[in-house]
Design a binder for this molecule. Structure first.
Ligand SMILES: Cc1ncc(COP(=O)(O)O)c(C=O)c1O
Length: 408
């Protein structure tokens, strides 16, 4: 007779996942066992070109030797000590980010959602400070089809029915306007608006870059109404758009930024930067976190930023992004009945399919042909390779993509 333990260990990963994990991620049919650089390995020893990078996270590729060494070294010294104490790693990371983002201060958390949650709270405290009372200036205007996360605050800023559905009543104090439509934002503005929160490139809903003129217009609107301009660069930041922040490339300076995904190179960390005039908005006791910015997460992020600098990965993202973009344009032109269009910046690109070709099915076919992409809104698939992707890997991905599309 087998013991209960023996029976448990005979279960496959898939059986254990469906028995012990909540079903919120739907049915998953792929087991990852490892990765190296731009390649991902499954549990059967098959190798895949990973142009998803864990949804724009592993910006140095998998198992980068310098990153892995820095994480192991820090884990052997001290991983966590709480924010009751200071650590060199946190101070060094904050200094490095301020150097890159401009005069201001940092707050560290654990995810993109948490970073946006902090921005929302910062906007409310700012409104209270400038009016001298709570509840007078607290409204946040965000863009339709944006994505800011899944907690109740971030979800309230996420103007997508499919994300908000089931969670009524939605947190008050949010209004929505059309992306890349300055007039629509103008209509939503008033002196009760504390901030505009927006992605410089809408990622989840299908990789739509903002028009720089639109972002400049938002900056002027914020100035007129005494509101903060807050950029969610959780997905498009940390070099992905071909500059450290995509908004830097677009030439618009915000009052606050949220970061996560690529920041830790695969280690969970989120961050908020607030510009100098509002850098001290969080006074003692107004916000906090147990894990956020612990020495292990900060060491991982510091090494990620060091490698990005040393290996000139923002430049590589720009160059490889153009190569990828050009290749995708060519394929899109060749198959107009299958592909509607392609768009994006740097190494954040999408191909939008026609109705007859659902992105999930195409994604599966591509995976069978050993290329991993990520679905997005607008029936799109996203290309989000690591920032150190090689030209030969971009060409290989394009080749697999074209052959797969041809045979659809
Ligand atoms: C622009 C943007 N903001 C926020 C989030 C939420 O980040 P996280 O999943 O780390 O909480 C995401 C995640 O996809 C994102 O793309």
């Amino acid at each position: 007779m087998k013991t209960a333990n023996e029976k448990k260990n005979k279960m496959t990963t898939s059986e254990k996942t469906s028995k012990y994990l909540m079903p919120n991620f739907g049915v998953r049919d792929f087991v990852v066992s490892g990765g190296k650089g731009s390649w991902l390995f499954d549990d059967k020893g098959e190798k895949y070109l990973d142009f998803g990078a864990g949804i724009a996270v592993t910006c140095l590729g998998h198992a980068h030797p310098r990153w892995a060494k820095a994480v192991a070294k820090q884990a052997a010294e001290i991983a966590h000590c709480s924010n009751l104490y200071m650590t060199r790693q946190q101070a060094d990371l904050a200094e490095k980010l301020v150097e890159k983002l401009g005069p201001g201060k940092m707050f560290f958390c654990n995810s993109g959602t948490e970073a946006n949650e902090a921005l929302i709270k910062a906007a409310r405290l700012y409104g209270k400070k400038v009016t001298g009372a709570e509840g007078k200036k607290f409204r946040i205007v965000s863009a339709i089809d944006g994505f800011h996360g899944r907690t109740l605050g971030a979800l309230a800023a996420t103007a997508q029915e499919k994300i908000q559905k089931g969670f009524a009543p939605i947190l008050q104090g949010f209004s929505y306007a059309k992306y890349n439509d300055l007039k629509s934002f103008e209509e939503q503005m008033g002196d009760d608006v504390a901030a505009i929160l927006i992605e410089p490139v809408q990622g989840e809903s299908g990789v739509t870059p903002a028009d720089p003129k639109f972002l400049k217009g938002l900056k002027a609107l914020c100035k007129k109404h005494g509101a903060l301009l807050l950029f969610d660069e959780v997905q498009c930041g940390i070099g992905r758009g071909g500059a450290f922040l995509t908004s830097q490339k677009m030439g618009v300076k915000p009052d606050g930024v949220s970061l996560a995904k690529g920041l830790g190179g695969g280690f969970p960390i989120g961050a908020v930067w607030l510009a100098k005039p509002v850098q001290d908005i969080f006074t003692p006791g107004t916000h906090g976190t147990t894990f956020g910015g612990n020495p292990l997460a900060c060491a991982a992020a510091l090494e990620t930023l060091n490698v990005i600098e040393k290996e000139k990965l923002c430049e590589n993202a720009s160059k490889m992004g153009e190569r990828l973009g050009r290749g995708l344009e060519k394929i899109a032109k060749k198959y107009p009945g299958k592909i509607r269009l392609t768009r994006g910046v740097g190494l954040m690109r999408a191909v939008l399919f026609t109705e007859q070709y659902p992105n999930a099915a195409v994604c599966k076919k591509l995976r069978e042909n050993k290329l991993i992409l990520i679905p997005a809104g607008c029936n799109a698939l996203r290309f989000l390779p690591p920032l150190n992707v090689k030209a030969s890997e971009v060409d290989k991905a394009l080749n697999i993509f074209e052959k797969t599309i041809e045979r659809l």
